[in-house]
Ligand binder design. Sequence first.
Ligand code: ADP
Length: 260
Amino acid sequence: PQSPASPMSKQSEIPGVAAVIAVASGKGGVGKSTTALNLALGLRDLGLRVGLLDADIYGPSVPRLTGIHEKPALDDNRKMIPIQRFGLSIMSIGFLVEEDTAMIWRGPMVMSAITQMLRDVAWGTLDILVVDMPPGTGDAQLTLAQNVPLKGAVIISTPQDLSLIDARRGLAMFRKVNVPVLGIVENMSYFQCPECGTRSDIFGHGGARHEAERLGVPFLGEIPLHMSIRTSSDAGNPVVASEPDGPHAAIYRAIGVQVR
Ligand code: ADP
């Protein structure tokens, strides 16, 4: 089903890909990439065939989060073959350019980079393609919305006011381009001490749930600020893969159930 992004857009589905979900945030550093990868793994755990596209062209973090540092091979049609890891088909702009290269993209380059990552990749058959978007509301978001029919967007926010305001802006943008907002996830919702398990609401927990209710969009769940989410990410072995029976994996799977 085509969703009318704009009368000018040339929207078409990616052959073999049943649904595309964007993971977005108003600003950087709220845990968008960490959540996108772990959500993709949670969806995999539900028995779905899942791809992850790291379209964060300004700061691709999927190479670091997955430990993948290889260039994708080309198939007979000269399409890039996504890297297989953790049972996911993974593609990142970071596989193609050095991660520490400051990427200064201009509008048309942003659009062509996003389009190529969607179209020039041999995605195969996927139930869901999770797209880790750059933070904010710019050319990349518009290009994605105009290029493929999106099942919807998941917005990641911390409980803090500032990032809530930014999340609100993201919400408004997706609504403007007719992309359904699947809901808001509160990341770093509360601190859970890895030693004693005591919980403290460092950033004032619950802000995103409240905001979701106010805006009339689903609230998808709370992810704690926890040491093992950070350390597993830094080790290139995300928490859903490294601690599949742990409490965090269960949270990401529960979010997956709501967005699949
Ligand atoms: P973004 O994609 O929004 O810029 P990242 O996913 O790169 O953010 O996360 C920023 C930092 O916060 C990373 O070091 C990551 O490991 C850490 N982080 C993200 N979510 C959590 C969490 N729930 N608990 C602990 N650390 C987290």
